[in-house]
Design a protein around this ligand. Structure first.
Ligand code: ATP
Length: 667
């Protein structure tokens, strides 16, 4: 659960959300640093200007003293003599003193030299005064610090230290998330929701998912009223794993728990444990559990746990991720390490339970696995009810109808349909969202954006029309193929045409059903061959699907007599078949030939159906060329009612949707 999601009660996708201003604090800007450096350098340059010119005692004696040009001599720390010239003599030395910003001015000091011994210097000067018959002038000694020397020595060091500190701070900030410093890099990144940070999502916002909700509600009740269970000897479960396809409401369920449990709720994503520093993941797990134990009873939610919970590698040297495994090991230890009744319940969500480590899934860690599946008709109806609430819908919109038109849709897809339909209605300037807006939103989500202006030649259009009519004809005439809803040759997304079906919602599929579906999928290519006596690349998508289906029938479902009742499917997802196959070369050959035979037979059957109903097929294709979109009523008019098909049943129960595309026809 991301922060953003937690704050947004509205189900619309993130991309439509206005961006929040990023807090009141002004943003730190790198240019401030550059300006500061330039200023400091400038100030240093300014104050370090007017430096005396170095000379020697010989020069001082032979020229300056001999000519009587010296006004005074100031000795610094008994080792550096600064010579001040008389004002009237200044011009004489102009050349030696030079010009420019740092050249000494008339006030001096003008020259300097380093002394060997102060006492001998003093006597030497006195001797020179006598020798040249000069007027007495003062020689004073000043004990001072040479600040400019100290500054110019320290300044570069300070600059380097500052930069180092600055970079380090930035790096550690990035590493430890907002607000974190280098010392908090090993701290848990979990977001805590408690009394002060109310979560407004409740179980009412989660539609359908009755069984999952019941299990989760039980966990909440464990926390609220543990005695009810412990007095009968029951133990509070340590964890529950929500497993299911994307968008089915796992995070939403967890949010509802946070809203309803009235106990502290720690939320983080599996990837929050991952860091570029070694050992941080494990340290964050330790910290998370430490915090959780302090706040017990509480709930810890880890979204997308597969980021750290992936099965540990068998060969530690073969590309295994040590850091991730250390994090997982720490999680395993922590989950087993604390007392069962300490009141910390771990909720986790994943799409990929098959790749999780088995040690993580065992009872005692995640005691419960809650499967959150794609919603069925009734559940879709309930989800529509939730997401239609904020929309202004037309009285003609029937929720039952919408639920039927969206088979195979997840909760997130339904939320998207509702939002998309509102946007379509707004674009059309409707005052309410109408039925057609919803249907267009469904089509857009399944097939992509309609591209009416795509340039397609007349020949190509004809090929597409006959191809699609081929699918429609074969599927209409075969008893077990999916019932057709509409067929179109308007390009949409990547597809140039599509046949839309409403497949039966079923839990098991028979061999006959699979064969008929394969046959209908090959109807497009068969039609091209029969009508034009040449084939095109447009059937690539069909062939891919048919090949996969035939492979699954032979290798997974044991539907080939010659291969037998064998399944090479690996539901654990932990065996790597990419290097070794679980069957011999001989079986591999047999599998290949069986797959080929299955597809070939389906293709011949499709050709037979089309040849027998050539007239109807041509009529359908021509009508499609003319109208671009045809519905099941048009097919019924041409071919009559579907053989052995209960039309009444279609209306009530058949709901899944599917597209069959002729993508890449231009390739
Ligand atoms: P993923 O596995 O990809 O993280 P998820 O299962 O966690 O997906 P959620 O984030 O919970 O999916 O769902 C996404 C959105 O879909 C929710 O914010 C909500 O708007 C909608 N949604 C999903 N399922 C339901 C439901 N049962 N009832 C109401 N809305 C739902």
């Amino acid at each position: 659960m991301t922060d953003k999601e937690t704050k947004n009660k509205k189900p619309a996708p993130d991309k439509f959300m206005p961006k929040k201003p990023s807090g009141g604090k002004p943003k730190f800007n790198m240019s401030i640093i550059y300006i500061a450096i330039i200023l400091i350098l400038g100030v240093q340059f300014f104050f370090s200007g007017k430096t005396p010119v170095e000379t020697t005692w010989y020069q001082v004696k032979r020229t300056m003293l001999q000519n009587g040009d010296v006004e005074k001599i100031v000795v610094l720390n008994k080792n550096k003599a600064n010579i001040y010239l008389k004002k009237e003599s200044f011009q004489k030395y102009k050349e030696e003193l030079g010009s420019g910003y740092s050249a000494p001015d008339v006030n001096g000091p003008h020259f300097f030299f380093t002394l060997g011994s102060y006492d001998s210097f003093e006597s030497n000067v006195k001797e020179a005064i006598v020798e040249y018959n000069l007027e007495e002038f003062p020689i004073t000694n000043q004990d001072t610090y040479d600040w400019s020397g100290i500054i110019s020595f320290l300044f570069p060091i300070a600059l380097i230290v500052f930069f180092w500190w600055f970079l380090f701070k930035r790096m550690s900030k990035g590493a430890a998330g907002p607000g974190g410093g280098i010392f908090s890099v090993g701290k848990s990144q979990a977001k805590l929701f408690d009394k002060d940070q109310k979560v407004t999502t409740s179980f009412k916002d989660v539609a359908g998912l009755a069984e999952a909700k019941q299990e989760i509600e039980e966990i909440v009740s464990f926390l609220k009223n543990p005695e009810r269970y412990t007095k009968l000897g029951g133990k509070i479960p340590k964890g529950a794993l929500l497993v299911g396809p994307p968008g089915t409401g796992k995070t939403l369920l967890a949010k509802a728990v946070a809203g309803e449990a009235h106990v502290p709720f720690f939320s983080m994503s599996g990837s929050d444990f991952v860091e570029m520093f070694v050992g941080v993941g494990a340290s964050r797990v330790r910290d998370l559990f430490k915090q959780a134990k302090e706040k017990a009873p509480c709930i810890v939610f880890i979204d997308e746990i597969d980021a750290i919970g992936r099965a540990r590698g068998k060969n530690p040297n073969m590309g295994s991720n040590d850091e991730r495994e250390n994090t997982l090991n720490q999680l395993l230890t922590e989950m087993d390490g604390f007392d069962t009744n300490s009141g910390v319940i771990i909720l986790a969500a994943t799409n990929r339970a098959d790749i999780l480590d088995r040690a993580l899934m065992r009872a005692g860690r995640f005691d419960r696995q809650i499967h959150v599946e794609l919603p069925d008709l009734n559940e879709r109806r309930e989800i529509f009810n939730v997401h239609l609430k904020p929309l202004k819908i037309d009285a003609t919109v029937n929720i039952d109808f919408l639920a039927r038109q969206t088979p195979g849709f997840s909760g997130a897809d339904i939320a998207n349909v509702c939002n998309e339909s509102a946007l379509i209605a707004a674009r059309r300037e409707h005052s309410t969202v109408q039925k057609q807006d919803f249907l267009d939103a469904v089509d857009r989500i399944i097939g992509g954006l309609e591209k009416k202006n795509k340039i397609i030649s007349i020949d190509e259009k004809k090929t597409i029309a006959y191809h699609e009519a081929g699918h429609a004809t074969v599927s209409w005439l075969l008893e077990h193929a999916h019932p057709l809803v509409k067929v179109t040759i308007v390009p949409r997304g990547k597809a140039l045409g599509a046949a839309w079906y409403l497949p039966e919602e079923r839990s098991i599929t028979t061999k006959d059903q699979m064969l008929d579906e394969m046959c209908a999928t090959l109807g497009g290519r068969a039609a091209e061959e029969i009508v034009f006596e040449k084939i095109s690349s447009g059937a690539q998508n069909d062939l891919e699907r048919v090949t996969k289906q035939a492979f699954a029938m032979v290798c997974y479902f044991g539907m080939s007599e010659k291969v037998g009742n064998l399944s090479f499917y690996d539901s654990s997802g932990q065996t790597d078949f990419s290097f070794t196959k679980p069957y011999s070369e001989k079986t591999a050959e047999l599998i290949d030939s069986e797959i080929k035979e299955l597809v070939e037979n389906a293709y011949l059957r499709a050709k037979k159906v089309l040849t027998e109903h050539k007239e109807g097929h041509i009529k359908l294709a021509e009508r499609l060329l003319e109208k671009e979109v045809l519905f099941s009523e048009d097919l019924e008019e041409i071919f009559g009612k579907r053989p052995g098909f209960d039309h009444h049943k279609t209306d009530d129960n058949i709901i899944a949707n599917n597209t069959d595309t002729t993508a890449n026809i231009e390739a």
